[in-house]
Design a protein around this ligand. Structure first.
Ligand code: HEM
Length: 222
């Protein structure tokens, strides 16, 4: 039983890792577009980008892929966690790379917070953009929904900012462990490269987290 369980658990981890790395590529694009809000007080570039994301047919297909990526990552994450709880009452004899990070023990917890964050985030922006009424604004380049103004209004509300900051910090911890763990699950395990991957993953997580944090904080305090 041990072997087959371990094997299936590793297969699930591989699928979960691929989905996770894919979600990170979304985060990069999302962050890049979001940061436009801070650099253009008229929100023109951000509104144009948001409009493009909301209307481009290829992106519409990609949104479904993204949604499925989230679902796979979440469902497999829960299954792997349950298997770990039930199948390993005794700790590993030898400490592996997965034990390197303190946050490895809290993936399910930080994951649940990110999930709750996503639901609230959807209510804030996605549902409003898709189904709500957003005022339009006209520039030389055209007329767009003023999503930039919606983001600004949201982050002028203190408790939203507090919630976003906390959730984004936990997302950072989730990424910090997730990235190195994903590479390990995919078989990159090397005495020389694994520490390098870990450092790059940590720097990457810090940069992504700081980038996202900047948006609510700059809007609230300026
Ligand atoms: C403070 C930082 C963030 C801001 C200002 C922000 C802003 C937005 C906005 C305005 C939308 C609606 C886009 C539209 O349809 O017009 C959106 C959608 C979305 N956001 Fe964020 N977001 C932030 C952080 C995050 C984080 C950290 C995640 C993931 C963990 C995330 C995941 C999503 C997803 C999955 C969607 C829906 C898919 C899409 O519309 O492309 N966001 N966000």
């Amino acid at each position: 039983m041990g072997n087959s369980l371990a094997y299936s658990s590793i297969t699930k981890k591989i699928i979960m890792s691929l989905a996770g790395l894919f979600l990170i590529s979304f985060l990069l694009v999302h962050l890049g577009i979001n940061l436009l809000i801070l650099f253009d007080k008229t929100y023109e570039s951000f509104n144009m980008a948001a409009h493009f994301m909301a209307t481009n047919p290829l992106i519409q297909v990609f949104q479904w892929v993204l949604f499925i990526g989230f679902i796979i990552h979440i469902i497999y994450g829960i299954i792997v966690q349950i298997q770990n709880w039930s199948a390993r009452p005794v700790k590993y004899m030898k400490k592996g790379y997965s034990e390197l990070s303190y946050f490895s023990k809290f993936m399910i917890h930080t994951g649940v917070v990110v999930f709750i964050f996503l639901i609230i985030h959807f209510a804030n922006f996605f549902i409003v953009a898709k189904f709500g009424h957003v005022e339009e604004i006209t520039y030389k380049s055209g007329t767009y929904e003023n999503m930039g103004a919606v983001v600004f209004e949201t982050f002028k509300i203190g408790w939203y900012v507090v919630f976003y900051v906390l959730a984004l910090l936990l997302l950072g911890f989730h990424l910090e462990h997730g990235i190195q763990s994903a590479f390990q699950s995919l078989g990159f395990n090397h005495w020389r490269y694994t520490p390098v991957i870990k450092i790059i993953g940590t720097l990457f997580s810090i940069l992504i987290t700081l980038g996202f944090l900047a948006i609510p904080l700059v809007i609230y305090f300026t």
